[in-house]
Design a protein around this ligand. Structure first.
Ligand SMILES: Nc1ncnc2c1ncn2[C@@H]1O[C@H](COP(=O)(O)OP(=O)(O)OP(=O)(O)O)[C@@H](O)[C@H]1O
Ligand SMILES: [Mg+2]
Length: 336
């Protein structure tokens, strides 16, 4: 049996979790800073790292307690500690990474750094229904829009990526244009529920090109121009039409990737995987679909512990002293 304490502090959520054997979540506590950052319309990096520092100690105690573990003097309550080393906000990453490394050193247990996107991928392994390899993964979050071929554990090939904005970032920017609160994804989804998704015809980036890459900057600009042209446009209609185009772009490229690779298992992960329209549309794809529970779509420590547990099992853990990295591509088992 292995118990891993997972730490996630790459952006504006402080996530601590204890996961047993890489799949069973014993505790998962997340403090979101969204209410603080909302006033600024987006994440303020300096505030984010300070807030992680304020809560990480107590949140660790809570995660251990809720898992039925106690950090008695000298004895390690878990077998290893995992933390996100990148990509993300440098100050925020350093809080979780340094805290995790120090605790692992004090308890004389291994420290396991985890790539944040690999963490999102492993959110689907937290539960009963897990994908077999090979599978395709659509990772859709605030900073990433990628189609990844997962050939075997920790063997990745990025087939498509965004050439400009990430889809979550696009939801956030369009929400700002519509005066909807941050984060944009949930508020656009809510507004869209009352709207006509055919009211406006917004473009799908790179739709005519034979590439699996995405582009979202044109969609954002199209919404801006539509609002200039129709200042009284109903917010619900713009939100619904935008959401349709944003999701259709994901479905179009994912369908092409499934066909190209002949793989028919699909994982969707990351914050945007919480989107109802995306979940419904993806159900129509020619693939067996694996979606994380809603609780594991947003950033959390459990997915980080799950990824670390798998690397430990497959003997390809990343070096414990790997530096924090604001931008870094997903690494495979060979460290490439
Ligand atoms: N229901 C939803 N529909 C669409 N987008 C959503 C929904 N819920 C959350 N999002 C979006 O998900 C993003 C946050 O996801 P996540 O926390 O995974 O991103 P991140 O950690 O900031 O970025 P990354 O994982 O790329 O480093 C935000 O852009 C948010 O608007
Ligand atoms: Mg994330």
């Amino acid at each position: 049996m292995s118990l891993i304490l997972g730490i996630e502090t790459s952006c504006d959520e402080t996530g601590l979790a204890v996961v047993k054997d890489g799949t069973t979540v014993l505790s998962n506590v997340v403090i979101s800073q969204i209410d603080t950052h909302r006033a600024f319309g987006g994440v303020v990096p300096e505030i984010a790292s300070r807030m992680h520092t304020e809560v990480i100690y107590q949140l660790t105690q809570r995660a251990l307690e809720e898992a039925g573990l106690s950090a008695t003097r000298g004895a390690a309550p878990v077998d290893a500690i995992a933390a996100t080393f990148g990509p993300g906000l440098m100050g925020s990453l350093l809080v979780g990474l340094s805290f995790g490394r120090a605790a692992a050193a004090a308890w004389h247990i291994p420290f396991l750094p985890v790539h944040h996107i690999e963490g999102h991928l492993f959110s689907v392994f937290l539960g009963e229904r897990r994908p077999e390899y090979p599978f395709l993964a659509l990772v859709v979050s605030g900073g990433h829009t990628q189609i990844i071929r997962c050939r075997a554990p920790h063997q990745y090939q990025v087939l498509g990526t965004t050439r400009d904005d990430a889809v979550g970032e696009c939801f956030d920017k369009v929400a700002r244009l519509l005066n909807l609160p941050y984060p944009g994804g949930p508020s656009i989804q809510k507004a869209a529920a009352e709207g006509d998704d055919n009211a406006y015809s917004f473009p799908i980036g790179l739709s005519a090109k034979s590439t699996l890459d995405f582009s979202y900057s044109g969609l954002k600009t199209a919404v801006l121009y539509a609002l200039r042209e129709h200042p009284d446009a109903p917010v619900a209609d713009v939100a619904a039409s935008f959401q349709r185009a944003a999701v259709d772009a994901l479905i179009l490229k994912t369908a092409a990737a499934l066909e190209e690779t002949g793989i028919h298992r699909l994982v969707i992960a990351g914050g945007v995987a919480a989107n109802r329209r995306l979940r419904e549309s993806a159900a129509g794809l020619d693939a067996k679909l694996f979606l994380p529970d809603m609780a594991y779509c947003v950033d959390n420590g459990a997915m980080i512990a799950a990824a670390a547990a798998s690397r430990l099992t497959h003997q390809c853990s990343l070096p414990p002293d790997i530096p924090a990295a604001a931008t870094i591509t997903l690494m495979d088992s060979a460290g490439n």
